[in-house]
Design a protein around this ligand. Structure first.
Ligand SMILES: Cc1ncc(COP(=O)(O)O)c(C=O)c1O
Length: 402
C-alpha cells in the first residue's frame, strides 16, 4: 500500500472524535439526543413525491434533472436563494454570486481550497462544530480557539487573537450555534464584519440553522454588514428541506465567487441536478412558507419540552442554554461529572439507554475543556420521548452526584 497523504495524518484526531461521537447512536432502542438530523416529520415526503412525478412527466424539466448542468447550479434554485432566503434577511444579492454546493459542508471545503495552505491559522469558536475542524485539519490548518459567552464569539478576544496569530480565516456559526444553541449579538455581528475588513481576514459565516427560528427576533447575518467582500456566507438546505438531498449554497462577492466556481468545477463539476430541480420546484410552487411554519412549530414544542425537562429532572446547579431556534441545547453539569464517562453508562445501562454528545470533543484546546458539558439535540425526538429520556438521564446524573 502506498503511503497515505500527510493530510490524512493531520485529520486523524478530529476524524476519530467524530467516529466516537456518533458511533453508538444507531441502536434503535436508544433515545438519542445525539445526532443533528432534522425530525422525520420535517421531511416533505408527500410534496417531493408529487414534484418528482410531475418533473418526470415534463420533458424539459426531466432532462434538466438528469443531464449535466452548470457549475454554479440551477438558475432557478439560485434565484430562490436570493428572493426567498436572502432578501427577507436583509441581504441584497445577485443570483450570479450564489454557488449551489453539495451540502453546506462542501461550501466550507471549497473555501478552504481557495484560501488555506498548510500551516495557515483558522480561528474558531470555543466550542465549535467538529466536522468543520475535520475539514480544516484535512487542509493542514492550525485551529486556534476564540472565547464564547452567551452572546456568541467574544469580539474583543477575536481581535486579540487576530493580532497575535495573523489568521487566514475566522470560522463562526452565528445563529443557534452548534453545539451550544447560542446566537451572536447584533453588535458583535457588525464588529466581526468590520474586523474582517480591518485586518484583511476572511470571515466564514456558517449559518445553517438561521432559517429555523421559532422565537425571539431576527438578526441580520454578518454578511449584511460586510462592505469589502471579506465575509462569505455558507448555508444549507439540510435543515429546511432535506439533508439527504445534499444541497447548500455559498454567497460571496465577485472575486471569491469566481474562484469558488473554479474549485467547484475541479472538485465535482456541479451539484447533482435532480435534487436541485426538486428543491427549486418546492420553493417555486409555494410550499416553503407553510412547511417552514410547520417545522418551526414542531421544533418549538420540542425545545420547550427539553428545556422544561432539564429544569425539572437535572440536578440543581445545571446550566443550560435557551435556543431561539435550531436543534440543540447545551448543558453544563455541576459536581465535576465527566460526560464522556456518563455517556458510556447512559447508553450501556439497559434502564437508561439515552445518548447525547459529550462536550469534550467540541473543544479543540483539549485539556479537559467541556468535560462537564453535553450537547442535547431535541430536533429528531418526539416530546414524549424527550420527557422519558431527559428524566432517565437526569436521574442518572443525580445518582452520580450522590
Ligand atoms: C454548524 C454546521 N455547519 C454545517 C453543517 C453542514 O450541513 P450539511 O452539509 O448537511 O448541509 C452542519 C450540519 O449539521 C452544521 O451543524
Amino acid at each position: 500500500m502506498p503511503h497515505f497523504a500527510q493530510r490524512m495524518k493531520t485529520m486523524e484526531k478530529s476524524a476519530q472524535i467524530i467516529r466516537n461521537l456518533f458511533g453508538a447512536m444507531n441502536d434503535p432502542n436508544l433515545i438519542s439526543f445525539g445526532g443533528g438530523a432534522p425530525a422525520r416529520e420535517a421531511l416533505p415526503i408527500d410534496i417531493v413525491r408529487e414534484i418528482v412525478n410531475d418533473v418526470m412527466r415534463v420533458d424539459k424539466r426531466g432532462v434538466e434533472g438528469l443531464q449535466y448542468g452548470s457549475v454554479k447550479g440551477l438558475p432557478d434554485l439560485r434565484e430562490v436563494v436570493v428572493s426567498e432566503l436572502l432578501a427577507p434577511k436583509g441581504i441584497e444579492a445577485k443570483a450570479d454570486n450564489i454557488l449551489i454546493t453539495s451540502g453546506g459542508l462542501e461550501g466550507i471545503n471549497l473555501l478552504c481550497q481557495l484560501f488555506i495552505d498548510p500551516g495557515d491559522v483558522i480561528l474558531v469558536e470555543s466550542p465549535t462544530f467538529v466536522h468543520c475542524v475535520e475539514i480544516f485539519e484535512m487542509f493542514q490548518a492550525k485551529c486556534i480557539s476564540v472565547a464564547m459567552d452567551d452572546d456568541g464569539m467574544v469580539a474583543e478576544d477575536l481581535e486579540e487573537k487576530i493580532r497575535k496569530h495573523n489568521p487566514k480565516m475566522v470560522y463562526v456559526i452565528p445563529t443557534f450555534h452548534n453545539p451550544t444553541g447560542r446566537t451572536l449579538s447584533l453588535e458583535r455581528r457588525k464588529r466581526i464584519a468590520e474586523l474582517g475588513s480591518e485586518y484583511d481576514v476572511l470571515i466564514l459565516e456558517d449559518d445553517p440553522y438561521r432559517d429555523i427560528r421559532y422565537s425571539g427576533s431576527e438578526l441580520k447575518p454578518i454578511k449584511a454588514f460586510d462592505r469589502t467582500g471579506h465575509t462569505v456566507l455558507a448555508n444549507s438546505f439540510s435543515k429546511i428541506f432535506s439533508p439527504g438531498s445534499r444541497l447548500g449554497y455559498v454567497l460571496a462577492d465577485d472575486a471569491v465567487s469566481s474562484k469558488l466556481c473554479d474549485a467547484k468545477s475541479a472538485t465535482n463539476s456541479h451539484t447533482s441536478m435532480l435534487p436541485q430541480v426538486i428543491c427549486a420546484e418546492f420553493f417555486k410552487r409555494g410550499y416553503y412558507p407553510a412547511h417552514h411554519r410547520m417545522i418551526c412549530d414542531l421544533y418549538r414544542e420540542r425545545r420547550d419540552t427539553m428545556i422544561d425537562c432539564i429544569d425539572r429532572f437535572f440536578p440543581e446547579g445545571t446550566k443550560r442554554t435557551f435556543p431561539d431556534g435550531g436543534l440543540f441545547t447545551w448543558a453544563e453539569l455541576p459536581g465535576g461529572i465527566d460526560t464522556t464517562e456518563l455517556l458510556v453508562e447512559s447508553t450501556g445501562n439497559p434502564a437508561v439507554k439515552v445518548a447525547f454528545v459529550a462536550g469534550e470533543g467540541f473543544f479543540i484546546e483539549g485539556g479537559g475543556m467541556g468535560r462537564n458539558c453535553m450537547r442535547l439535540s431535541f430536533g429528531a425526538v418526539s416530546p414524549e420521548k424527550i420527557r422519558i429520556g431527559a428524566e432517565r438521564l437526569g436521574n442518572l446524573i443525580r445518582s452520580r452526584l450522590k
